[in-house]
Ligand binder design. Structure first.
Ligand SMILES: [Zn+2]
Length: 171
């Protein structure tokens, strides 16, 4: 059978990213023990990722690039914000300089109560500058790998919108 909507697919892949003409950098690699198993066509994955896999069979290989604008979007300066240092210090405590340090990702909550990860890009005596762009924003995504298995999703999996069993939900 071939990969299509409502099939459960197991693949192994490597993801390398680049921006502009930069060198490709490996950011993700699945293993034989932990392949990527997903239900195709229920959303949640990049549309182009699914599009490139559709029609492939077990044993087929793939190698494709998704441009940044069709991947995690472009990095925008609007998502880089300065936050008063006081917001990172609990009353009567010292700043945790190991945690609030350039290069660290910190869990933050926006004014709507949404959880988000922000990257600390600068710390001064008064402000912490944080980048809330997706870590892969502005990156072209290069996927290569192979298809392990394909099977029809069960009615229960379709109703839940996710995979059950190996590589999926256990409940
Ligand atoms: Zn379920």
């Amino acid at each position: 059978m071939t990969i299509d909507n409502n099939t459960v697919v197991s693949v192994n892949y490597r993801l390398l990213v680049s921006s502009g003409n930069s060198e490709k950098e490996l950011v993700e690699e699945t293993s034989a023990e932990n392949p990527f198993v997903f239900l195709l066509g229920v959303g949640g994955l990049l549309e182009e990722f699914e599009g490139h896999l559709k029609g492939l069979k077990s044993g087929d290989t793939f190698d494709f690039t998704i441009q940044a604008e069709n991947g995690y979007g472009l990095s925008t300066p609007d998502n880089i914000v300065r936050i008063p240092l006081a917001a990172f210090v609990a009353e009567g405590e010292e700043l945790d300089t190991e945690m609030v340090a350039t290069g660290n990702y910190l869990p933050m909550v926006d004014d709507q109560g949404n959880q988000m990860q922000g990257l600390v890009v600068g710390v001064t005596d008064e402000h912490v500058t944080m980048d809330f762009n997706h870590p892969l924003a502005g990156k072209d995504l290069h996927f290569s790998g192979s298809v392990n298995e394909i099977r029809e999703a069960s009615e229960e999996e379709l109703a839940h919108g996710h995979v059950h069993g190996a590589g999926g939900h256990h409940h």
